[in-house]
Design a protein around this ligand. Structure first.
Ligand code: ATP
Ligand code: MG
Length: 178
């Protein structure tokens, strides 16, 4: 096999736990190799995530940003046009970051949800991924990864839920879930 150096498109999807945290593990590995990492969170949760504070220690080597106002679409509810506008804005920033070559690794956390909720067009995302700078790595996380993105990606991992503490009524634990 040829020893090719290239930026990879990686997808962490599926219903099991570990999509976002695996992306952060990769980020830690990249930073340790002197690479610069930007993580944009498309779906801002209602919790304050510990990683937001932890990455401060890395300065501009590992930057994490929460985008938008936290859009969680509840089944059947109409998508608020304001949320769609914010997703589009987040995507503009993501596209600029990917194409800028400022970052060696760009993580688009929960972007798969935004696409599956039809707040963001998969073709639009694919178009930018296709013309990303050669050495830039991109990780896209979230359930229900779009077939177009899966097709385009180099590495796709589907987290399968075997069991989750939540099913036993154990609520989210600090430091593990947030
Ligand atoms: P993590 O951030 O822990 O890696 P994730 O990114 O794979 O999880 P998401 O779909 O983004 O999972 O879910 C966000 C939150 O829901 C996290 O707090 C996560 O721990 C929790 N979670 C993930 N999978 C499950 C599951 N199968 N059942 C219940 N809660 C889950
Ligand atoms: Mg996640």
């Amino acid at each position: 096999m040829a020893d090719v150096r290239k930026g990879l498109i990686i997808v962490n999807t599926g219903p099991g736990k570990g999509k976002t945290t695996a992306a952060m593990g990769t980020a830690l590995r990249a930073v340790g190799n002197g690479m610069k990492v930007l993580m944009l969170q498309f779906l801002k949760g209602s919790w304050h995530y510990g990683e937001l504070d932890a990455v401060q220690a890395f300065g501009d080597k590992f930057v994490m940003k929460q985008m938008g106002r936290g859009f969680v679409k509840v089944g059947g509810a109409e998508t608020d046009p304001e949320d769609v506008r914010m997703v589009e804005e987040a995507w503009e920033e993501a596209a600029t970051a990917i194409l800028s070559t400022t970052w060696d690794l760009v993580i688009l956390d929960e972007i798969n949800y935004a696409i599956s909720y039809k707040m963001l067009d998969a073709e639009k995302v694919a178009e930018v991924l296709k013309r990303k700078p050669e050495m830039v790595h991109v990780i896209l996380t979230g359930r229900n990864a779009h077939p177009t993105i899966v097709e385009l990606a180099d590495t796709v991992t589907e987290m399968r839920e075997v069991k989750h503490a939540y099913q036993k009524g154990i609520l989210a634990q600090r430091g593990i879930e947030y």
